[in-house]
Design a protein around this ligand. Structure first.
Ligand SMILES: C[S@@+](CC[C@H](N)C(=O)[O-])C[C@H]1O[C@@H](n2cnc3c(N)ncnc32)[C@H](O)[C@@H]1O
Length: 267
């Protein structure tokens, strides 16, 4: 059962939140409503840029301490794009970005869209697939705000988000559509795994994400199996550096904390 509801303290946002709640098939709780039954809230606050509100996700009993939101125009993400190693960074090598002009990347586990954004900033056309409606709503809101961001000095943010598309669907169902598989160069899988970061802030955010997603079964092996049955030449599975290897990768790219296992579709 999905226990997330849209919520706001700003009554002027009520009509928009009602429409959002219908769109994402989640409940809408008015400010006066008893929120105890719903452990997680998608909080909307007014924002000058379209679509006029900013969404963040929090545990309703701990909203001030820890919130998840996505800002594709954040200084941190821009720094990663400008100084993260470009096409020489592990993610780019794993995806096969190399000198390819415009790789078509299918990110079947979009999450907070951070890897997808970096790939898009490096020139990939990225389709992000996310099954959880609350995470998909966060991504959708972040993409909309970033399309209207004040242009950064390098023009990177808008350039990148213009190459990103969001699909709210189960990846296995979406991937089994034949037209999808013919339009992809690389498939990327980054299933959830326990957080090991020493940073308290990262830990809290990851712990919250894990709680929100706790009811969803881990289907990473099934996702990989489906991808391997396709004719796609490059399938990338992101894993913690010491996690057991699944199946028989044809290659590996390592970074400090992460290992990217590379597979080839056999279909
Ligand atoms: C660890 S997060 C991905 C993080 C992402 N790479 C990033 O950079 O932010 C994993 C995400 O995959 C999603 N997911 C897992 N199985 C899925 C499936 N079958 N279809 C679509 N999304 C799925 C989860 O809901 C979760 O949001």
């Amino acid at each position: 059962m999905i226990s997330v509801a849209f919520h706001t303290q700003d009554v002027t946002l009520y009509p928009r939140l009602r429409r959002l709640a219908e769109q994402w098939r989640l409940p809408f709780l008015q400010a006066s409503a008893d929120t105890d039954a719903l452990p997680f809230l998608l909080l909307a606050t007014p924002c000058a840029r379209p679509p006029g509100y900013r969404l963040s996700l929090c545990a309703h009993d701990d909203c001030d301490a820890s919130r998840i939101s996505i800002d594709f125009d954040s200084a941190k993400l821009l720094y990663r794009v400008l100084h993260g190693g470009g096409r020489r960074q592990a993610l780019a090598k794993a995806l096969g970005i190399g000198s390819a002009a415009s790789l078509r990347l299918l990110d079947l586990t979009a999450g907070l869209g951070q890897d997808a954004f970096v790939a898009a900033a490096l020139g990939c056309q990225v389709t992000m697939v996310e099954r959880h409606p609350a995470i998909a709503a966060l991504l959708d809101n972040a993409l909309a705000r970033a399309r209207h961001t004040a242009q950064d000095r390098h023009g990177k943010t808008r350039e990148a988000v213009d190459r990103m598309k969001l699909v709210h669907a189960d990846a296995i169902e979406y991937f089994s559509r034949p037209s999808v598989q013919t339009a992809v160069d690389t498939v990327y899988l980054d299933p959830m795994y326990p957080a090991h970061s020493k940073s308290a802030k990262v830990k809290k955010g990851m712990a919250l994400l894990q709680r929100v997603l706790a009811a969803d079964p881990d289907n990473s092996r099934e996702l990989l199996r489906h991808a391997l049955q396709s004719g796609i030449k490059r399938i990338v599975l992101k894993r913690p550096k010491n996690a057991p290897v699944i199946g028989s990768p044809v290659g590996q790219v390592r970074s400090k904390a992460t290992r990217f296992d590379l597979y080839t579709g056999t279909g």
